[in-house]
Design a protein around this ligand. Structure first.
Ligand code: NAD
Length: 341
């Protein structure tokens, strides 16, 4: 029997059960840095939730998991309000879906009708780490926070200060008096393998994967513990930025680099969807030769004016999308290590 617009009790029940499950898995992932299911499994459940909502819009409420940026603020940390909201990303799981997203974005841009030139697509790797928000006042790093629910994050300043790559003081003089820089903190793949080998030699349990290891490392109570972890960061966004002269995200990255912030060596500004496809193919093939783990590619409209005009939903920007690579088999090397423990 096909699903109808009015949700039957059985549909509502499926929906509520799914929503509870998604909340439970999110809690393990974000609050405990210890996921209990694979990302692929989680994504499938989440997709079904979205599907049910599309069929039965009455099911959607303000606290539905699809309306929120996953992640809360743990009582172990002080809560800090971001000056500008942090968002998640809309996911697509196939190249067809990606193309549909791109065509829709192109149509929206055309509708803006400002004689907008061809879209420049800022194409980046989707780093599998933890998002942080760095607040610089007069060039000095005064606060670092996790994304949390997007409005309020966790104060992890002391832990972030142990990451040498993140400048305490910006270089040069062209930075705004107050600026929020967003980036992904990660553990490089090689350093992760070495760190785990050392743990095993010391008779300790190895860490499950670099993403959760990075998140767990940053959310330690003792910064001395964080300092032992091989953490790095690449910037991927900017929040509050009053007085910033750049008019595109890629130009902003050039400024951030001048100020001493770490910018990814992998990103590209591309002029067509075909070039984006090439980028995806290339990094799909070289996924394991990279400095860090990735779970996909992020495609963003580079121009700030267009970003502003397209805006945000309650959860994601309308000017960016994450293409997720198909899930892979479990890394056998790690599996061997675990079996030997
Ligand atoms: P997301 O990870 O899909 O996308 C948003 C995040 O991507 C941003 O907050 C940012 O931190 C990060 N990012 C990395 N590289 C970026 C770049 N170049 N530009 C911009 N952002 C970049 O969204 P999410 O809401 O954090 O979480 C969903 C993800 O977490 C999914 O992959 C899901 O599978 C996983 N998850 C898994 C479980 C589980 O139980 N296994 C539970 C919850 C979430």
């Amino acid at each position: 029997e096909s699903e109808t617009a009015v949700p039957a009790d059985s549909v509502r029940e499926e929906y509520e059960n799914l929503a509870d499950l998604v909340r439970k898995y999110r809690y393990a992932y974000y609050q405990e840095d210890a996921p209990t299911v694979s990302d692929a499994e989680f994504d499938t459940l989440y997709r079904r939730l979205e599907e049910l909502e599309a069929l039965h819009p009455e099911l959607v409420s303000n606290d539905s998991p699809t309306q929120e940026v996953g992640g809360e603020v743990s009582a172990a940390f002080a809560a800090v309000a971001h000056l500008q909201r942090m968002y998640s990303l809309e996911d697509v799981f196939s190249l067809e879906e990606l193309e549909a997203w791109v065509r829709k974005a192109e149509a929206s841009v055309e509708k803006l009708g400002n004689g907008v030139p061809a879209i420049a697509w800022l194409t980046e790797l989707k780093i599998d780490g933890l998002a942080v928000n760095l607040l610089y006042r007069d060039g000095k790093l005064v606060r670092a926070a996790t994304r949390g629910d997007g409005t309020t994050g966790e104060d992890i300043t002391h832990n972030v200060l142990t990451i040498k790559e993140i400048p305490r003081q910006l270089s040069g003089s062209g930075y705004p008096s107050e600026v929020e820089i967003r980036g992904e903190v990660f553990i490089p793949s090689k350093a992760f393998a070495e760190f785990n080998e050392a743990l095993i030699e010391a008779g300790k349990a190895p860490l499950a994967n670099p993403r959760n290891a990075a998140a767990g490392s940053l959310r330690q109570k003792d910064p001395a513990e964080t300092a032992k972890r091989p953490l790095r960061m690449f910037v991927h966004g900017i929040g509050a930025r009053e007085g910033l002269s750049a008019t595109s995200q890629s130009d902003t990255y050039k400024l951030l680099e001048e100020w001493g912030l770490p910018v990814s060596p992998y990103l590209k500004v591309l002029g067509s969807f075909d070039e984006v496809l090439e980028f995806i193919k290339h990094f799909g093939e070289h996924r394991h030769d990279l400095l860090h783990e990735i779970d996909g590619i992020v495609v963003k409209i580079d121009d700030f004016g267009t970003q502003r005009a397209l805006g945000y939903t309650s959860r994601v920007p309308r000017w960016a999308v994450a293409y997720k690579y198909p899930p892979e088999e479990v890394h056998t090397k790690l599996l061997d290590i675990q079996v030997n423990v």
